[in-house]
Design a protein around this ligand. Structure first.
Ligand code: COA
Length: 352
């Protein structure tokens, strides 16, 4: 084996580490799922159709979509011992409960259905962990109607339809940190619950999924354009990160952020916080050439849909898990253990 003599860039920035047929992004602001531009299919297809597309590499017909929807509902039931784990952890961070519960679920199969039966349990875990309403009284319609009810206790088709849009935006993003962690774990031939646990642990960090709940902490407190300017100037002067801005791949525009921004302007343009957010996006671009990412507008969008902040990252997880299913399958289909090298720069020839 020939060793690469050069050290890969820090953070593997700009390095292709494998091939994928699931999704692609580019720096000009495109996100494509299995050949379809996400911003186009989000207007025309349901969450279930797009999840099916990611997992099975083709769009379902109506019958298959109905079956898929039914499958997700039927497989959402949690085993009694997981209910006990969740009860024992009540009041803790929902992502910690989700990660712990998923790691406790055993899945023997490695086929699409086994993986999907695990994914189907995510919203039910979030519902119970968040002390949500009785899941048996949930609407039996779409994934997003049920999920919206799980978090708010409301059977509201309009808001559920709007939630569906952000779920679609969050569903898949090629080799982002959590998916890469999942693929590393899958490459050891560990079972799906192990791989999903790795992914969930990685998603929680504020440089990845955790950014969305950080955004509201400052955005709601900014009451005017002057306050926005001051906040941005102070944060940058202190060399701190502006949460919800910047991206490893999208340097000019994050298509998901722009899509959600469009919905905010369409449905909530009368809200001052929306106008301030748009101003902040423009100001940050002017000052530092950083584009707003999906978490910036996503957090505000979920807030205006009446979703409690404790659910923001779990919403991301319950959607992204369908991308993880596709990646687990793809990793298995052409597996090689992911095991890179580290260039040793430590001390040499030490003597006791
Ligand atoms: N706020 C302030 N400065 C930022 C920034 C942010 N959100 N994101 C990047 N920068 C700055 C860096 O400090 C660096 O500045 P410098 O050249 O003066 O040192 C420059 O922009 C390049 O950033 P870099 O850290 O190399 O980009 P990256 O590709 O490694 O990081 C993120 C990508 C997402 C980790 C980074 O943009 C970030 O931390 N954003 C905030 C967290 C967030 O919103 N995450 C969700 C992503 S969807």
């Amino acid at each position: 084996m020939k060793l690469m003599e050069e050290l890969a860039p820090k953070g593997l920035q700009g390095v292709y580490v494998d091939k994928t047929e699931i999704a692609t992004t580019d720096s000009t602001g495109n996100l494509v799922y299995r050949g379809y531009r996400v911003v186009e299919i989000a207007d025309r297809l349901s969450f279930e159709e797009i999840a099916y597309l990611l997992v099975y590499s083709r769009l379902p017909n109506r019958e298959e979509t109905d079956e898929f929807r039914k499958f997700l509902i039927e497989n959402s039931k949690l085993p009694g011992y997981v209910v006990k784990i969740i009860s024992a952890m009540k009041g803790m961070n929902i992502m910690d409960i989700l990660r712990t519960s998923v790691s406790a679920l055993t899945v023997s199969g490695r086929d699409e259905k086994s993986l999907l039966s695990l994914a189907a349990k995510f919203p039910a875990i979030v519902n119970l962990a968040g002390d949500g309403p009785d899941p048996d009284k949930a609407p039996t319609g779409s994934f997003s109607e049920r999920f919206y009810y799980f978090m708010t206790g409301r059977d509201d088709q309009k808001n559920a339809g709007l939630l569906e849009k952000i779920l679609i935006m969050y569903m898949e993003h090629e080799f982002n940190a959590s998916t890469f962690a999942l693929r590393v774990t899958a490459s050891t031939l560990a079972d799906p619950a192990c791989a999903f646990t790795s992914a969930l642990a990685t998603l929680k960090g504020p440089l990845h999924g955790g950014a969305n709940s950080e955004v509201l902490k400052f955005l709601l407190g900014l009451k005017s354009q002057d306050e926005v300017r001051r906040y941005v100037d102070d944060t940058l002067a202190k060399k701190e990160k502006l949460m919800g801005f910047g991206h490893r791949v999208y340097k000019d525009r994050d298509p998901r952020a722009q899509y959600i921004k469009g919905l905010l302007l369409r449905y909530f343009s009368d809200r001052e916080v929306v106008r301030n957010a748009v101003f902040m996006e423009e100001y940050v671009w002017e000052k530092k050439n950083l584009a707003a990412n999906v978490d910036f507008y996503g957090a505000l969008y979920m807030y205006l849909l009446g979703i409690d902040e404790k659910y923001y990252l779990p919403v991301f997880a319950c959607s992204r898990v369908f991308g993880w299913v596709a990646h687990y399958i793809e990793q298995q289909s052409n597996n090689k253990l992911i095991r890179p090298l580290a260039l040793y720069t430590g001390k040499k020839d030490q003597k006791i």
